[in-house]
Ligand binder design. Structure first.
Ligand code: FAD
Length: 501
């Protein structure tokens, strides 16, 4: 028995996932459905998840968010990339900058010319050919200037850092203004229809039943509907990504407001640093089999910019994903759908991508198993390709200082990643599978940044004479350096446009 027409959508949970979903559905479905969010103040939200990637601009655009207002409301800062410290070897540093590297020349990607000339000692480090990487180094920021078509200034890709609690509050206000109804209360259980087992209501501690046709499970790690009720199952990936805990702590911010996230590898995990206007967010992601919580906390606290503003808070997780994101009339979004550690700030993007897919496959005329299967297939592909990218960071290391890193370097990685690494090692070729999230340039920066050696370069790079190639690289580098010179300081830009009151 299927509903003739969908009328009510119930979103369970009001964290980043719940309110992003509510805001997007209220905007795109324009009042055709009743949308209700049920959240519990007592349970609260996970409250981390403060670094993003550039695709979030598309979400903001669809939802109609004004950037400056949003930055003020969330104490936000701009993000041009991620700095990785100690990942290849202890003491190494590289930046994964957003946007392109170099400028397309002719037959082969820019980095093939660069690789050839770098080996000959006639090119500088790869970062010199990326405007965002050089801007990170100089703590500069400005949005792209689309009036200068051929300039690197036109290709500044950026994202945001923001306060997760303020972000949820901001999206809640926006959603409620667009007709979303919020119910506060703790859900004790869900009831299922006889026959097909679809969920027909969630029941609150007060006894209230909230009925719906479509349920979006944004209840966080507990997966209230997708797992506790529907027992969908979970693929555990900890044999590839062994970290299973994080300790998070905010600290006072320091004067240089950096336009990038920093990720510093420690003995058995890594620490994030996310600069916001009013504080700096920090967290140590670690493997509890390799170090104790006390040692992890001590490492975290010893590596802060300034005074901690709270005690470290422990968060436990199991890396992996639900076997199905969409099961019966429940779609899991956010932590309820799976977890990949925030090394490349991908979780909020996965929320956004799942919402987009939900809108694409919206079941307005009832549930089609063909649609559901395709939705799940696409979601799995996206999760698995990001998983591979994150595994690369752990696997491509040459550290000898801890058993943890040696085990990561020695582990067997998924076949899909093995193929990518083998292609890169032969001629520096990078293959992007289908429409996976990370582009060739993203993979390049991590592979090169973590010292993955290539045996050569694509011979087509030899079609351009060496002198011309050197001149070309030098002109690209010079133009980028000049562009970075004219960019404003990141803190000054925020002060002028979007400083929080
Ligand atoms: P939650 O925030 O946990 O929200 C769950 C909601 O469900 C809450 O409102 C809660 O009240 C409600 N709920 C649960 N049970 C009930 C019940 N019984 N009754 C009623 N309501 C209920 N992502 C990034 O993109 N970038 C990052 O830098 C990043 N860093 C992270 C660091 C860590 C350590 C972790 C764990 C995650 C990080 N993430 C990051 C992921 C990001 O935090 C989440 O994707 C995001 O916050 C979404 O969470 P959520 O809304 O799914 O869950």
């Amino acid at each position: 028995m299927q509903p003739a027409l969908l009328k009510t959508i119930v979103i369970v949970g009001g964290g980043t996932a719940g309110w992003m979903t509510a805001a997007a559905l209220a905007t795109t479905l324009r009042g055709r459905y009743q949308i209700r969010v049920v959240e519990s103040d007592e349970i609260g939200i996970v409250g981390v998840g403060e670094a993003t990637i550039p695709m979030i601009q598309l979400f903001n655009k669809v939802v109609g968010i004004d950037e400056n207002e949003f930055m003020r409301a969330t104490q936000g800062s701009f993000k041009l990339g991620i700095e990785f410290v100690n990942w290849g070897k202890l003491g190494d540093r590289y930046m994964h900058g957003f946007g392109p590297i170099g400028q397309a020349l002719w037959t082969v990607p820019f980095e093939q010319y660069w690789r050839k000339m770098h080996a000959l000692g006639r090119a500088q480090g790869l970062e010199n050919y990326s405007i965002t990487r050089m801007a990170c180094k100089a703590n500069k920021f400005m949005p792209p200037r689309h009036d200068v078509e051929n300039s690197p200034l036109n290709h500044i890709a950026y994202a945001y850092h923001f306060d997760a609690s303020l972000y949820a509050r901001y999206l809640r206000k926006l959603s409620e203004e667009r007709g979303v109804r919020r119910t506060e209360g703790k859900i004790t259980h869900a009831t299922q229809r006889a026959g097909d087992g679809h969920i027909d209501a969630v029941v609150l501690e007060s006894g209230e039943r909230v009925e719906g046709d479509l349920f979006i499970d944004c209840s966080g790690f507990r997966g209230l509907l997708i797992e506790q009720t529907l027992k969908t199952g979970y693929d555990d990936w900890t044999h590839w990504l062994p970290c299973d805990r994080a300790l998070a702590v905010p600290c006072e911010s320091v004067p240089v407001l950096t336009p990038y996230t920093r990720s510093t590898a420690h003995r058995a995990g890594w620490q994030w640093r996310i600069p916001l206007q009013h504080r700096t967010g920090n967290g140590h992601v670690f493997c509890s089999n390799a170090i104790s919580e006390d040692e992890a906390a001590a490492t975290l606290l010893a590596n802060l910019d300034g005074k901690p503003l709270a005690d470290p808070r422990l968060i436990k997780f199991v890396t992996g994903m639900r076997r199905k994101t969409w099961n019966k009339n429940v779609i899991a979004i956010g932590l309820a759908s799976g977890f990949l550690e925030p090394l490349e700030s991908t979780s909020i993007h996965l929320i956004q991508a799942t919402i987009q897919r939900l809108i694409d496959y919206f079941p307005d005329q009832g549930f089609s198993q063909t649609d559901i299967d395709e939705f799940n297939r696409q979601n799995r592909f996206e999760y698995e390709s990001i998983r591979d990218f994150i595994i690369l960071h752990y696997h491509a290391n040459q550290r000898t200082d801890s058993e943890f890193w040696k085990a990561c370097a020695a582990m067997a990685v998924p076949e899909s990643l093995q193929r990518k690494m083998a292609l890169y090692k032969s001629r520096g070729r990078i293959v992007r599978f289908n429409n996976e999230l990370f582009s060739e340039v993203g993979w390049l920066q991590v592979m090169e940044g973590q010292n993955l050696a290539t045996q050569g370069y694509n011979p087509l790079a030899d079609l351009l004479p060496e002198g011309d190639t050197a001149d070309y690289l030098e002109s690209v580098r010079g133009v980028i350096a000049k562009c970075v010179d004219v960019m404003p300081d990141h803190a000054a830009y925020i002060q002028q446009h979007c400083a929080a009151p």
